[in-house]
Design a protein around this ligand. Structure first.
Ligand code: GDP
Ligand code: MG
Length: 757
């Protein structure tokens, strides 16, 4: 790529949508600020030599958060050939604030006024020629979503662009100071204005970049002189003068249509973010999402995949299904019993009715037998690969349903409201609502969730969020939830949604406990997040989001899960027999059982101290779907005979309701998978903190499962024993950590500040 063009603009102004439209790529688009926290690169369609870079959203070039630093450093250090400034046309004032600063960088800027479809719908008009003249850079009207104005934009950026002299001038004493300060700086002439302004605004990071220890005394002298003359803080004066200029620009180039009426978004928000209704609505939405994806629609698709595709087989397009069932019924009646139970004893060939497609295990088994494959090889393929990978793949449709629902919530604008609603609650417990954004992202996958903490400015809050974000059930945990909910709770409606709420509770409780410890005390950073307008989700965007997330699971199933399944199969099928090392008859004699048994004692107090549950838990650290994959290999998903539920029965026979629930709790709320732990390490950028985070998660998962299992056993009529004591002690400890006074001097300071306020 010889030429690089950067997309810069406010969060949620449509940069990624434009990026996708210009490059034909498939980056994630969400209707809320903070979706893109890293820069992404692509090539301009039809102009292969031109690279387009999608930067994280920024409000100004005075960065507060990490993503803003990333964007600013890119513009300063990589000096792209041009900047496309994506401007949300429905919110000109705020967006132009960044534009005025971008124009100072000495890089050619094209103002792309986006969302013109919405501007038009509101009855407004924007005079692009006037805007262009006032800014001193080309301006085009576009709609990234509808694809209008893109050719014009492409022509502009491929033409010869020049950095003009910024048209936005400050008052003359300030302009003099900028010229004076800039002249003394060792930077390229076109960047002088930018650096001078930032130094005058006392931007420490810019001073560092220029290799000064702090703001040079000469500059501070100028600042104090100007502040004395103006009687006002210089940084605010810069901001004010910028907004004055913007006010003049918008007054000249925009005509507003009918106004005054409450917008549709405001009307919806009056209900949705209403003090009394907000929480019940939120709970209902989350309940619906999980209920639909795990219990209803999800189960239908998953049943089909598990019973049909990875089970016996199915009638193509349902042709013959009814006749087949009727035949079974008649046969059962003829045998004199109720249909149920007897049906299984009736030998009726389903392929005589319509087009019968055998399931993968049956078809593959037949092929392998016909080819005379060795026992161990067909064992590896059927009991290892098909059973393990199939068990996981069987849940993919369910995950896709979850991802569609999440994408809809995201793109319609409700996700941003959730952060806003929960901020009110979180704040009471000393957490910022901003910490909740990573958790919302984490509901899809923990890795981007942990990365989304970059929007949090405060280092302490950011660390805390990195530690607790992965308590939210991610997509990969969904199969585990669905398996336990189906096998042990008979698909009860409350199991899946409750895992989400237990996740939130884990976050809040952990937040309170950790906030009281020394490293985390401090004030809560203010939560400023604008609420985007509600939009009807775009079908393409929703499907794209679903596919992006779903595809990564399918890839995982074909790689990590496959490898794990093979290893689990090998370790469970081989062992030391009387004739030496070889295949064992009974898995309980295999190597895996030996390894599992050696460490199973750790989980005994949680009720699932068996070697198979232990092994499943450990493989879950590699990837959470592995819990299901491992169970698939160990309990033989491929050997399902008549009904898919038999897998569940054999699974259920290894657990009681209580131990199954404890198993679920530990697996959901213990440390996440390796990939997410890797993300934690990257974001913490510190080994000690990473270890602390993982240790905390381990203890949390353990304690949660311990309390539930031990107290559950006690109330369920089990005796009072050492385990009960441990459970009660753990409960008491959590209660104490929750109510105790914060420790350390920092806490006293916080209290003093609060009192003063
Ligand atoms: P980014 O944060 O700047 O990358 O913004 P995104 O590309 O993620 O878009 C934010 C939201 O605005 C999404 O819901 C988009 O569908 C929507 N959007 C983007 N461009 C347009 C547009 O031209 N018209 C309308 N109506 N919506 C748009
Ligand atoms: Mg984006």
């Amino acid at each position: 790529m010889s030429i690089k063009i950067a997309l810069a603009g406010n969060p949620n102004s449509g940069k990624t949508t434009l990026f996708n439209a210009l490059t034909g790529s498939n980056q994630f688009v969400g209707n809320w600020p903070g979706v893109t926290v890293e820069k992404k690169e692509g090539r301009l369609k039809g102009h292969k030599e031109t690279g387009i870079i999608d930067l994280p959203g920024i409000y100004s070039l005075s960065p507060y958060s990490l993503e803003e630093v990333i964007a600013r450093n890119y513009l300063l250090d990589e000096k792209p050939a041009a900047i496309i400034n994506v401007i949300d046309g429905t919110n000109l004032e705020r967006n132009l604030f960044l534009t005025t600063q971008l124009l100072e960088l000495g890089i050619p800027v094209v103002a792309a006024v986006n969302m013109m479809d919405e501007v038009k719908r509101a009855g407004d008009t924007i005079d692009l020629a006037k805007l262009s003249a006032a800014l001193g850079c080309p301006a085009v009207a576009i709609s990234a979503l509808k694809g209008t104005g893109l050719t014009e934009l492409t022509d502009l950026i491929c033409g010869s662009l020049m950095a003009g002299t910024p048209k936005i001038a400050f008052s003359s004493p300030i302009e003099t100071a900028i010229a004076e300060t800039g002249a003394a700086l060792a930077v390229p002439a076109e960047q002088r204005r930018f650096y001078a302004i930032k130094l005058l605004e006392q931007d420490k990071k810019i001073a560092e970049k220029l290799a000064f220890d702090s703001i040079p005394p000469k500059v501070t002298a100028v600042i104090s002189r100007l502040e004395k003359e103006g009687g006002e803080d210089l940084e605010s004066r810069f901001t004010e003068e910028r907004y004055d200029a913007i006010g003049k620009i918008t007054a000249s180039c925009r005509k507003q249509g009918r106004r005054g009426a409450e917008s549709k978004s405001d009307k919806i928000d009056r209900i949705v973010t209403n003090r009394a209704l907000a929480l019940p609505i939120f709970a209902a939405v989350i309940f619906l999402v999980y209920f639909i994806s795990v219990t209803t629609v999800g189960t239908w698709v998953t049943d089909w995949t598990n019973d049909g595709l990875f089970g016996d087989g199915f009638h193509l397009f349902g042709i013959g299904t009814a006749e087949y069932e009727a035949a079974l019924e008649t046969a059962a009646e003829a045998m004199g019993g109720a249909a149920e139970g007897v049906v299984e004893a009736v030998e009726i060939d389903p392929s005589e009715f319509g087009i019968w497609v055998p399931g993968i295990p049956a078809a593959l088994g037949g092929l392998l037998e016909a080819a005379g494959t060795a026992d161990w090889l067909s064992g590896l393929i059927l009991d290892g690969i098909v059973a393990g990978v199939g068990a996981v793949i069987g849940f993919v449709p369910q995950m896709l349903v979850l991802f569609i629902l999440l994408a809809i919530i995201e793109s319609c604008g409700y996700m941003a409201r959730i952060a806003f609603i929960l901020d009110r609650i979180f704040r009471r417990f000393g957490l910022s609502g901003k910490s909740f954004i990573p958790m919302l992202v984490g509901t899809g996958c923990g890795v981007p969730g942990v990365m989304a903490t970059r929007t949090i400015e405060n280092q302490t809050d950011r660390r805390l969020s990195v530690m607790i974000t992965t308590f939210m059930p991610c997509g990969a945990k969904l199969p585990v939830i669905a398996m336990i909910s189906g096998a042990i709770f008979g698909g009860a409606w409350w199991v899946a949604p409750s895992t989400y709420f237990i996740g939130i509770a884990s976050v809040i409780i952990s937040g309170i406990i950790l906030k009281k410890t020394k490293p985390f005390t401090g004030d809560i950073s203010p939560f400023v997040m604008e609420l985007p307008a509600y939009r009807v989700p775009g079908v393409v965007n929703v499907l794209r989001a679903m596919w992006e997330r779903g595809w990564s699971f399918i890839k995982k199933a074909g790689s990590i899960i496959l490898l794990s399944a093979v290893i689990i199969w090998f370790l469970s099928s081989f062992g030391i027999t009387e004739e030496g090392f070889g295949m064992v008859e009974d898995m309980n004699d295999g190597l895996l059982a030996g390894i599992g048994n050696a460490i199973a004692f750790i989980f005994a107090p949680l009720g699932f101290g068996t070697w198979d549950a232990t092994v499943a838990t450990i493989t879950g650290l590699i990837a959470k779907e592995n819990v299901v994959g491992t169970m698939g290999v160990l309990y033989g998903f491929a050997e399902v005979s008549e009904e898919g539920e038999e897998i569940w029965q054999s699974f259920a026979s290894h657990f009681t309701t209580l131990s199954g629930f404890a198993f679920l709790l530990f697996n959901l709320y213990c440390p996440p998978c390796f990939a997410a732990i890797g993300a934690i390490k990257r974001e913490m950028n510190n080994t000690k903190w990473t270890l602390f985070a993982v240790a905390y998660q381990l203890v949390w998962g353990y304690v949660l499962a311990l309390i539930v299992f031990q107290l559950g056993s006690l109330f369920g009529g089990g005796g009072f024993n050492a385990g009960t004591v441990a459970g009660l002690a753990a409960l008491a400890l959590i209660a104490w950590l929750l109510v105790r006074k914060p420790g350390g001097a920092a806490a006293l300071k916080t209290a003093a500040v609060k009192e003063a306020a």
